[in-house]
Design a protein around this ligand. Structure first.
Ligand code: IMP
Ligand code: MG
Length: 180
C-alpha cells in the first residue's frame, strides 16, 4: 500500500483520484437532473472544498453560478469546536436555489452554525453537496443531500483536505496511519 508523510505523520492511500472523479461525475449528473431549468448558486466553503468544487462545477451542464466563503474549525488533526468566518458572502441569496459545497462533513458544526445566516436571506432552497461524510463523528443534525463517500472516523488528507496547511495538492485521498 502506498504511504506518504505529511509533517510528522504517515498516511496510507484511501481513495484514488479515479474513484473520486467517478463519484464527482455521479453527483454532477444528479444535480443536472434535479436543477434542470433552474440556475442554482453554489457556495463553496474554502479552503478545503476548492478542488471538489472545481471538479464538480466543471462537470455541470446546467446554468449555474458559484461564489466562495471561508470558514474554518480545524487546527492540526482535531476540530476546535470554534467556527470562524474570514471571507464572507457578497451575493444575495434571496429567492435563489443554493447548493453548499463542502469537502467533508465531520461533526457538522461548521454547517450547523452557518446555515441560519443563509436561511435569514430567504433563499428558495438550500441543499448540501459534500465529497466526504464521517457519520460516526456527526454531533449536529446535518443532512448531506449529495454525497461522494461515507468514510470512517479517521483523519484524511489530499484532494483539498489538509493537515496543518499541507497535503491539499495530493490528487488521491490518504488516511492517517495508526502506528501504535
Ligand atoms: P465540521 O464542522 O466538524 O463538520 O468540520 C468540517 C471541516 O473540518 C471540513 O470542512 C474540513 O475542512 C475539516 N475536516 C474535517 N475532517 C477532516 C479531515 O479528516 N481532514 C482534514 N480536514 C478535516
Ligand atoms: Mg472545510
Amino acid at each position: 500500500m502506498h504511504s506518504i508523510q505529511v509533517h510528522d505523520k504517515s498516511f496510507t492511500s484511501f481513495l484514488s483520484h479515479e474513484e473520486i472523479l467517478t463519484q464527482v461525475e455521479k453527483i454532477a449528473h444528479q444535480i443536472n437532473t434535479d436543477y434542470s431549468g433552474r440556475c442554482p448558486l453554489f457556495i463553496a466553503i474554502l479552503n478545503g472544498s476548492f478542488m471538489f468544487g472545481s471538479d464538480l462545477f466543471k462537470s455541470l451542464s446546467i446554468e449555474a453560478e458559484i461564489c466562495f466563503i471561508k470558514l474554518a474549525s480545524y487546527k492540526g488533526i482535531k476540530s476546535t469546536g470554534q467556527v470562524t468566518t474570514s471571507i464572507g458572502l457578497d451575493v444575495s441569496l434571496k429567492d435563489r436555489d443554493v447548493i453548499l459545497i463542502e469537502d467533508i462533513v465531520d461533526t457538522g458544526k461548521t454547517l450547523h452554525e452557518f446555515l441560519p445566516q443563509l436561511f435569514d436571506q430567504n433563499p428558495s432552497s438550500i441543499r448540501i453537496a459534500s465529497l466526504l461524510h464521517k457519520p460516526d463523528a456527526l454531533l449536529y443534525p446535518i443532512k448531506v443531500d449529495y454525497l461522494g463517500f461515507e468514510v470512517p472516523n479517521k483523519f484524511l488528507v489530499g484532494y483539498g483536505l489538509d493537515y496543518d496547511g499541507l497535503g491539499r495538492n495530493l490528487k488521491d485521498i490518504y488516511q492517517l496511519k495508526i502506528t501504535e
